[in-house]
Design a protein. Structure first.
Ligand SMILES: Cc1cc2nc3c(=O)[nH]c(=O)nc-3n(C[C@H](O)[C@H](O)[C@H](O)COP(=O)(O)O)c2cc1C
Length: 183
């Protein structure tokens, strides 16, 4: 095999498209796009964040939501990654999003995005946000037999090699099962 080197860069695929929802001190909702994040424990999510309106908000409120970006909302999801709530106070509305307050934390759920993690801030230090997942909720339209059906959600992933968003493909295997054939 002949390899091509790209140097030290944050290149990984797939990256999630996480839409972070927060309220400011006046209860105005904001949303931003974050691709450098992942769940890191049973009730924990870790996201790499620089300085944003979102970080101002989540430090003040101690809470945030993380919704999965979807194919249906790809334009809005990208928009909230391009524009800051610091410059555009009605950014959330301009994105076409509508907010419903989480029952669990002081942060907005985004009506247009069906799956969300509702989180409390555990720490935000050196650009690393660690959140405690207090609840996961999904709109009933994407739930089949008591479980989230990703085919209904149609989440998107981010490709940092080409700055592109992709939809999900076909199911290709069963986790914790298919490998057992080689045991
Ligand atoms: C695809 C994509 C992924 C992004 N991922 C991150 C990220 O992981 N961390 C981060 O700090 N900013 C990330 N950004 C940039 C923020 O979303 C952007 O600066 C946004 O305007 C911040 O909004 P706010 O100031 O209203 O909070 C990303 C943007 C895009 C388009």
């Amino acid at each position: 095999m002949s390899r091509v080197n790209f140097g030290a860069k944050p290149l990984m695929y797939p990256q999630p498209v996480l839409i972070i929802g927060t309220y400011d001190e006046n209860g105005v909702p904001n949303a931003m796009n974050a691709a450098w994040g992942i769940t890191t424990d049973f009730k924990e999510i870790t996201i790499s964040l620089s300085d944003h309106k979102t970080t101002d908000n989540l430090v003040k409120k101690g809470a945030f939501t993380v919704s999965l970006g979807t194919e249906e909302q790809v334009v809005s999801c990208d928009y909230v990654g391009l524009q800051s709530g610091r410059k555009v106070p009605d950014k959330f509305e301009k994105a076409g999003f509508h907010a419903t307050k989480s029952e669990f934390v002081d942060a907005p759920l985004i009506d247009e995005l069906p799956v969300a993690l509702e989180c409390r801030v555990k720490s935000f230090k050196d650009g690393i946000l660690i959140g405690e997942i207090v609840n996961v909720s999904a709109d009933e339209s994407v739930v089949t037999d008591g479980n989230v059906d990703v085919k209904k959600v149609r989440p998107i992933s981010f490709d940092p090699f080409a700055n592109a968003y992709y939809g999900i493909g076909e199911k290709v295997g069963n986790a914790f099962k298919d490998g057992a054939k080689l045991k």
